[in-house]
Ligand binder design. Sequence first.
Ligand SMILES: *Cc1c(COP(=O)(O)O)cnc(C)c1O
Length: 394
Amino acid sequence: MKDKFEFIIEDVAALKAAGLFINLRTIDSPPSAWMTVDGQRVLNLCTNNYLGLASDERLVQAAHEAIDRFGVGPTAVRSIAGTLSLHVALERAVAAFKGVEDALYVQSGFCANQAAIAPLVSNEDVIFSDRLNHASIIDGCRLSRAKIIVYEHCDPADLESKVREHLASYRRGMVITDGVFSMDGDIAPLDGICAVAEQYGLITMVDDAHGEGVLGHGGRGIVDHFGLHGQFDIEIGTFSKAFGAIGGVIAGKKVVVDYLRQKARPFLFSNAVTAADTAACLAAVAVLSASTELVDRLWENTRYFKAEMRRLGFDIGASVTPITPVMLGEAQLAQDFSRRLFEAGVFAMAIGFPTVPKGLARIRVMVSAMLSQDDLDYGLDRFASVGRELGVIT
Ligand SMILES: *Cc1c(COP(=O)(O)O)cnc(C)c1O
């Protein structure tokens, strides 16, 4: 009889042949500017720890104190016996930070997208979704069973023409976009999207996972960046990137957020986030509320790194944020580039299909506030030498 897992063996061989097989690297140090990865000291150019908060003493201390006070396990889902005073405090603090009426804290950004969409639209409704939206948005849309209409990337005119064509056939419509697109680093034209949504009465949702702690005044996010306070119905966020901890957030109008407390399935059917993590998130919001220093440093580093990469001759796409895609094309070249960088002491991962479209493989550099001038120059120097060695730049 044929091996019933033959299909896996064949698929894995195909992934390897195409340079798309993911090799897990193992980290054995705090997530700082320099990390121990697979036993080697390397410069960290690829984590989402934009501000260095993941090992910040203030967050670590808050997590320790929360464990001492509450123990380790959340013990129940939020709606039964899992809502701690810390969860409530965090929801108030993050709502105030982002300038929204209310916020709901869930297990992750991925979960937030699974939680927020299905209660608002179903099979009689339509969702307009940007072509490059994050996988967790796509899955959240599918779970709702609403009709999904994809509009062209960052194109409010195409959104409007799709809305005109389709909206009348459905009960309700919703538009969903990433704020900062996580693989390209470009920013959704929220003002244009908002104008279309207003004209046609669409529910609006933006996923600000890479905007919080990065865009807007002191990292208040993409809605602040565009000055659209009160005009976006739902803002999805995560505490796992710039905030340095873990957990997701659904922020926005009180009527919506309160409804999700009744209906969101990850909130009702999966345990709350631990006290330690919640306390770390609260400390992160406090750090960002008190000072713009880390966010300012992040942007200084970003401007320097991007300008130098362009000067070296790399194609770094259309990014306007710290996310810096170094476009290489074929997945195999991206993997080879990443491996050579690693050997030279730089940790920057290759990204290929299905995370990005075929033929658009890249190394994705994440600039952070943790990097010193020497670190930035070290990284640039290694990029230059590997780039020349592999014929990417001259
Ligand atoms: C990273 C990311 C998520 C997932 O957030 P987690 O907290 O890691 O689950 C969701 N949406 C977008 C746009 C992201 O970039």
